[in-house]
Ligand binder design. Structure first.
Ligand code: FAD
Length: 354
């Protein structure tokens, strides 16, 4: 049976390993330095480069305006459908919640302004409704809508994927590598035909950079996920994690900022702006926020978009690269996993498991 090693156990590696396990003729090993843990125990400093614990994570449907965004949009729809299936088959276990996504934009681009019921339907947005002006939080907002979407509690979701992979017979190895090529020489893994590089940042890819995000986790509950685009280019949002995981209030997007320390001033600004946008979030805690902790994460971003391609090595082996998901790793996860499956070489000499 051909053998693929998936390198990386963030949301991309876990989704890919699970998908390949059932939908490819390969046997799958999952190898990584970091694995999902309860988020309460993940170290904010030593594991800052493991991005998946620090994500929101919600699904924002973005109307596409170019071929890259169109490809991503298609992936987000595939992921949406998959999340629905996972949620309905594992209610309460997979860490997924379906709810309304509410958007308030101060400076909407043409793709948003064109959105109406018909256009939204053609983009696969379910439950879409343009908001009335009187529903906007203030006069700076010039456009608003709501639609059906999902949020996950990241470590509940990722731990579920890992558990499921092992339950279905997947093999797991905790190991750090300097280069994906190393894996072909690891005798204890047996013959390895393909490595799938789901390492988030790749290995020395010059197009990759980080986008720092500071958010604040609060105990306040919120029934919807809210995203506000501010005219100065900043964002104000909340992502209910549920499953006793509180709500994320965000957040910054700072390319190439490596500061691992949360700023108290930024936290105060995020909370103030969100309370002004969606005041009823304060109702559950006597008119204020109950802060659990500040979060700093590093979105693994890549100029020109994610790398999803196969590299053929001279020894007949191959590496499939699937990294650089930036701020959309959860949203696109299942679409990426399916993309990897399409890129795997068709096994020729060894016996298929199907
Ligand atoms: C503040 C913030 C908010 C976000 N909000 C959202 C959101 O709402 N929705 C959304 O979709 N996305 C969101 N994101 C983005 C999302 O979290 C990332 O896109 C996603 O987590 C990337 O996942 P990944 O699996 O590619 O990488 P990672 O989660 O970083 O996983 C990489 C894996 O590779 C392993 N690895 C790396 N190097 C090595 C090595 N040398 N040897 C062995 N193993 C290695 C790591 O140990 C890990 O297992 C947010 C991110 C941040 C920071």
């Amino acid at each position: 049976m051909p053998h693929a090693v998936v390198l990386g156990a963030g949301v991309i590696g876990l989704s890919t390993a699970l998908h390949l396990q059932s939908q490819s003729p390969y046997s799958i090993t999952l190898l990584a330095r970091d694995f999902p843990l309860p988020s309460e125990t993940i170290d904010a400093v030593s594991q800052i480069n493991f991005t998946s614990p620090w994500g929101g994570a919600h699904n924002r449907l973005v109307p596409p305006t170019n071929p890259t965004e169109e490809r991503e949009h298609a992936m987000s729809l595939r992921t949406f459908t998959h999340m629905k299936t996972l949620h309905s088959q594992n209610p309460g276990e997979a860490g997924i919640t379906f709810m309304k996504g509410v958007e308030y934009l101060e400076a909407p681009g043409p793709a948003y302004k064109e959105l109406n019921d018909e256009k939204a339907k053609s983009l696969g947005m379910e439950g879409f409704r343009l908001l009335r002006k009187e529903e906007y939080p203030d006069e700076r907002v010039t456009w608003g809508c709501e639609y059906d979407t999902w949020c996950v509690n990241p470590m509940v979701f990722c731990s579920f994927l890992l558990r499921r992979f092992v339950y279905l017979g997947g093999k797991v190895v905790r190991r750090e590598v300097r280069d994906p090529v190393e894996i072909f020489g690891m005798r204890d893994l047996g013959e390895v035909d393909v490595v799938v590089n789901c390492s988030g940042n790749g290995f020395g890819d010059e197009k990759v950079f980080i986008t720092r995000g500071q958010t604040c986790l609060v105990a306040n509950a919120c029934p919807v996920t809210v995203t506000r685009q501010n005219a100065d280019g900043s964002w104000t949002f909340c992502v209910p994690r549920n499953f006793q995981g509180g709500t994320i209030i965000g957040g910054t997007k700072e390319p190439n900022n490596w500061d691992p320390n949360p700023s108290p001033e930024v936290r105060a600004g995020l909370l103030k702006k969100f309370a002004a946008t969606y005041p009823c979030i304060l109702d559950s805690h006597g008119g204020g926020f109950q802060v659990i902790k500040d979060i700093v994460g590093r979105r693994p971003t890549r100029k020109g978009g994610m790398r999803l391609e196969r590299e053929q090595l001279s020894n007949g082996k191959s590496i499939v690269h699937a990294y650089g998901l930036g701020g959309r790793g959860y949203e696109l996860s299942w679409g990426v996993a399916e993309g990897v499956a399409e890129l795997l070489p068709k096994p020729t000499t060894r016996t298929s498991k199907l």
